[in-house]
Structure formats: C-alpha cells, structure tokens
Design a binder for this molecule. Structure first.
Ligand SMILES: [Zn+2]
Length: 367
C-alpha cells in the first residue's frame, strides 16, 4: 500500500504524481507537518493536473468536503515548501479554499479534516505532539502568501485541533500502523531488546518527542531502538547505561520535559576545538573526530589511525603517540569542556561525558 493506513479513506494518487517527475524519491524521517492552501477551489484531480505542468508536489490534499488524497509517500521528498530542509523533513498538507483573494478562506470542514490528518501523522509517523516547533504554515520555510491570511488568523484553532486529534490517537490504540497483532506488554513492564507491542511504540514515540530520536515507531525493540535508548540514558545522567527500559529509565525519561534543541554555535566551537571545518553542522565527519578524541581521552587506549587523532588534537601528525601528543589531547579535552560549559579539568568523567552526549544527541545529523 502506498498510502498511509489512515482510519478514513485516502485517495491514492501517488503513482500518478510520481509520473509527473515532480517528486524526489529519497526517504527521510519526518519531524514536522506543514500546512498549505490551494490558492484556488480545486478537486484532488485539479491539483494533480496543476502539478503536471507546475514543478510542485505535496504529500496530501484535503478538498472542500474534507476528503483526503495522497500524492507522495510520507517519508519521501515533496517539492512543497521552497526550502530543502523543509522538503526533506516536513510532511505537507494542501487545503482547498472556500473563497479566493484577498482572504483565501478555508471551510471549517476542510481545515478541521487537515488538522485531524496532521494529528494522525504526528501520532503514527513523527512520534511527537504538535506544537509551534513542529507544526508550521508554509511561510515558516520560505517567503510566500501560502496558506493565506485567513488560516493565519485562525492558526491557534488549527493547532488546538491538531493537538486534540493527536491526543485522541495516542490515547487509544485502534489505528496502529502494524497490520498484525503483537503481544502487548503492560506499560509499566521492563522493556528490552526483542520486546514488541504498544508499550514499545509508546517508548519509541517518547524518545522522539524528547529529542533523542529519530527512531522508527514500529513497536519492535530492535538494535536501533536499543542504541537510541542508551544515548538517552547517558544524556539523562543515569548511572546504568544498559539499553533496558526499566523503572529508573522510565522515571527519568518521564521527568525530562524539555526536548533538546540544536545549537549550531556550540557545534562550531566544538569543531574548532578538534580542527575540523567549523560549519556548525554535526555531521559524520565531525562526529568521528569528536567521538574518537573523547573516547581516547576516556579510555587511554589508542585507535589505529594515530595521525588522524594527532590532527584533531592539533599535534604534529607523525604517527608517534608521545608526550607532546598526550599533552595536546588533554588541552583539546579542556577546550571541549569549555565549549560544553563544564569544569575544564582535562579528563573525561561522567559529567563531561553526559554533557557531551547531550550535545551529540541534540545536534548529530540535525540540519
Ligand atoms: Zn504552500
């Protein structure tokens, strides 16, 4: 099935939109939803015809009757918001207008159906409750008149409707994306590698909502979920980082209310600390440099590529790990500690490690 497993009918126009070529079949883990208007009173098929000639696409359209059509697979890159990051990480919903310029009104039937669809997507695709950090109007991403002054004027109602829909979907378990029934663990039980069911889905959604993901919300506690849980345990300063969702981890995660946010200025400082290109983006190259430096400083055991490590700590890359290299490593750890805002003692203890893991979780590949 190419459309979502929604609990209302979804017209499948995915193949026909794909035939226009105005979509990029690259998959991304979506983290937000963006609302548009048609700038017209159009049917689902009118939209498709418009996108045949105009290089545009969006994941969904909600028509004047509140019916839903899907044009692009949820995880794929739609040509929708005029911004690469937005097209990669946001799910776009078009809405039919009920009046034209200057107000561009949208009927309550239509916007309420769009808000309900958004709530479902937040519950089952994104794994976070909609708020101002992840539920957007098109003009969040680029300069545009979309979705028009009327929607802007009632945005608080649209947001509240999406939140209410999300709450109703996560509050009961009927439309799960998994088609086959799986054993359901009680919510308070200990979850670990191999656990399956609604309690695992809830834990995965909570990890995403609190900024430790992205992890796929599939109710299956696999290695990726375990790795994400370990990162969360380290970032939450838990004494035991074992990837097991027991009472201590449950309590710590429940008490942690603020999602981690990205911090490009911090990333730039850390990149300067390890002599990699300071572009403010914690990608894989930056991650290798930082995690190797931290790991060697913590364990005092050397990786194979000594020259690379010497480059990162600002020592002469001669492949000989002598006293000057060791001093350079300690100096680099002090700089990293300064960037992280912890005591600059030059050794990687639990506080430094937790601060580092928290920064890593918040920024790794989030750009
Ligand atoms: Zn738009």
């Amino acid at each position: 099935m190419t459309t979502i497993a929604y609990d209302k009918p979804v017209e499948d126009l995915v193949a026909q939109l794909s035939a226009t070529g105005h979509v990029t079949h690259d998959a991304y883990k979506k983290t937000s939803v963006t609302i548009h208007h048609n700038a017209g009173i159009m049917t689902h098929e009118d939209i498709l015809r418009a996108w045949v000639v105009r290089p545009s696409s969006a994941h969904f359209d909600v028509d004047g009757a509140g019916s839903v059509a899907q044009y692009v697979k949820v995880d794929e890159y739609a040509w929708a918001v005029g911004n690469t990051e937005g097209n990669q990480f946001s799910i776009s919903i078009e809405m039919c207008n009920s009046t034209l310029s200057p107000d561009w009104q949208v009927s309550a039937t239509t916007w309420q159906a769009a808000a309900r669809l958004a709530g479902w997507l937040f519950a089952f695709e994104i794994g976070a409750r909609p708020d101002s950090n992840n539920f957007f109007q098109h003009d969040h991403w680029s300069a545009t008149g979309c979705p028009g002054p009327y929607i802007a004027s009632i945005w608080g109602q649209v947001m509240a409707a999406a939140q209410a829909a999300y709450d109703s979907f996560v509050g009961h378990s009927s439309p799960t994306p998994a088609p086959t029934p799986t054993p359901v663990s009680p919510p308070s039980s200990v979850l670990s590698l191999g656990s399956k069911g609604a309690a695992v889905s809830a834990m995965q959604a909570e990890l995403n909502a609190k900024g430790f993901g992205p992890v796929v919300v599939d109710g299956d506690f696999g290695p990726a979920t375990q790795a994400t849980l370990k990162v969360a345990q380290a970032a939450l300063h838990l004494a035991v980082v074992d990837g097991i969702y027991g009472p201590n981890t449950q309590a710590a995660l429940a008490a942690y209310s603020k999602p981690l946010t990205t911090n490009p200025a911090l990333v730039t400082n850390l990149q300067n600390d390890v002599h990699v290109l300071p572009d403010g983006k914690w990608g894989n190259g930056t991650d290798v440099a930082l995690t190797w430096v931290m790991s060697v400083a913590q364990s005092q055991s050397l990786p194979g590529d000594i020259k690379a490590l010497q480059t990162w700590v600002g020592a002469t890359p001669d492949g000989f790990w002598g006293q000057l290299s060791k001093l350079a490593l300690v100096a680099t750890v002090r700089k990293i500690q300064g960037s992280l805002g912890v005591a600059q003692d030059g050794s990687v203890g639990p506080i430094t490690l937790a601060a580092f893991n928290k920064a890593r979780v918040a920024n790794l590949n989030k750009f």
